[in-house]
Design a binder for this molecule. Structure first.
Ligand SMILES: *Cc1c(COP(=O)(O)O)cnc(C)c1O
Length: 379
């Protein structure tokens, strides 16, 4: 049994996106001294695409490392059979640290307390553990403050069971060309790398760039970049890119009923939509329980028979309605909620368009696609 509303994940498109990003880095590498590698970001169930299948596909495509948010995600990816290093971005809680050792995950050390906890856990297991050191250059969430390293680092460096394999930072405003914080963070990070070298820390890998930073400035590519959104074929707004990318996910359904309304009649909760003229509504079995934003009513579109049909009225838990007046639509017709239905540019709705329609960001659109939606993989 499968539901009518399905998310199709095109693993071949994902692989092409990965290769396109890598080719872009290699092409530009003449200006920076060598091509950066790609750490594939697969946190949050690979932005809703399904972490296990996506991580395996990206590993096969050549990713030398994948990254996730917490140890639980890392364990799932390792159990799926991924062999490359799995970096855990998030803060570590002592309770789940065991998973990092049992499954060979690479934790981020972002505070003196985290360093002590991981050091103690490694010592107790009589082993050493490779880890990445996170420097806070201005995001002010996790990481050692860039201007405090001479005081915080000695204890970390002296931890005999920690191997610092990489140092990284994260940009707060890479997608905002009007803010100078991006450049300040870059300069602070370069200074932090020098400070660390003075303290005797010379990691094999330095990394900093998410998708937006990677597009914005090749000076922050260092040894590796960490794209997430770009891998899935979506360019972070408001940026543009010449890298040939395709959205890897599409969300489709079918019309389950067509309802005729007379002028003055409304439909759905609170009659948020009222027909001004004779109107045909297509009923589509996807709603906010599937992760569709309630603000799509009156703002978003779906594609039916190659046309854009406005989503009207309230988004229900399990259903939405689209105005298909004059479109000759029948029950059973395919509905594209995210994806394309034809080759014209207007026959495409991507996460970026949907996010703009409701006033959110494309990351959220993808991550919210509901757990009850089946992910169907196409090789
Ligand atoms: C999520 C995340 C990324 C990837 O971000 P995108 O904007 O999706 O490219 C990179 N680095 C860190 C630390 C992250 O948390």
């Amino acid at each position: 049994m499968t539901r009518i509303t399905v998310a199709h994940v095109d693993l071949a498109a994902l692989t092409r996106n990965f290769r396109a990003i890598q080719a872009f880095l290699e092409h530009e590498a003449a200006t920076v001294h060598r091509a950066a590698r790609v750490v594939a970001v697969v946190k949050a169930n690979a932005y809703g695409h399904g972490a296990a299948r996506v991580a395996l596909a990206l590993e096969a495509a050549g990713a030398t490392m994948v990254a996730c948010a917490d140890i639980e995600e890392g364990v799932e990816i390792r159990r799926a059979g991924v062999r490359v290093p799995i970096l855990v971005f998030g803060a570590l809680s002592v309770s789940d640290l065991g998973g990092a050792f049992a499954h060979g995950l690479t934790p981020t050390i972002s505070s003196p307390g985290a360093a002590r906890a991981v050091e103690a856990a490694a010592a107790a297991r009589n082993t050493t553990i490779g880890c990445h050191l996170k420097i806070d250059t201005g995001m002010h969430r996790l990481g050692f403050r860039h201007d405090n390293l001479p005081w915080t680092m000695p204890a970390v460096i002296a931890s005999p069971h920690l191997r610092i394999e990489a140092v990284y930072t994260h940009f707060a405003t890479a997608d905002d060309a009007d803010r100078d914080l991006f450049n300040e963070q870059r300069v602070r990070f370069d200074a932090a790398i020098e400070t660390l070298a003075g303290l005797g820390v010379r990691p094999a890998i330095v990394h900093a760039a998410n998708s937006a930073a990677m597009l914005r400035d090749s000076r922050v590519w260092y040894d590796a970049v960490r794209p997430g959104l770009l891998l899935y074929g979506v360019v972070p707004p408001p940026l543009a890119s010449t890298i040939p990318l395709e959205p890897a996910l599409s969300l489709t359904s079918r019309v389950v009923a067509v309802k005729g309304l007379r002028p003055g009649e409304g439909a759905g909760y609170n009659w948020r939509f009222v027909a001004e003229q004779a109107t045909s509504l297509a009923v589509i079995p996807a709603g906010y329980a599937d992760g569709l934003d309630t603000r799509l009513g009156g703002r978003g579109h779906v594609l039916i028979r190659g046309r854009r049909a406005p989503i009207v009225g309230a988004i229900s838990m399990d259903m939405l309605t689209a105005d298909v007046t004059g479109l000759d639509v029948e029950p059973g017709d395919e509905v594209v909620i995210i994806g394309r239905q034809g080759d014209e540019s207007w026959q495409r709705i991507d996460a970026r368009e949907m996010a703009a329609a409701v006033g959110t960001i494309p990351w959220e659109i993808l991550c919210r696609i509901g757990a009850r939606i089946e992910r169907r993989y196409e090789e």
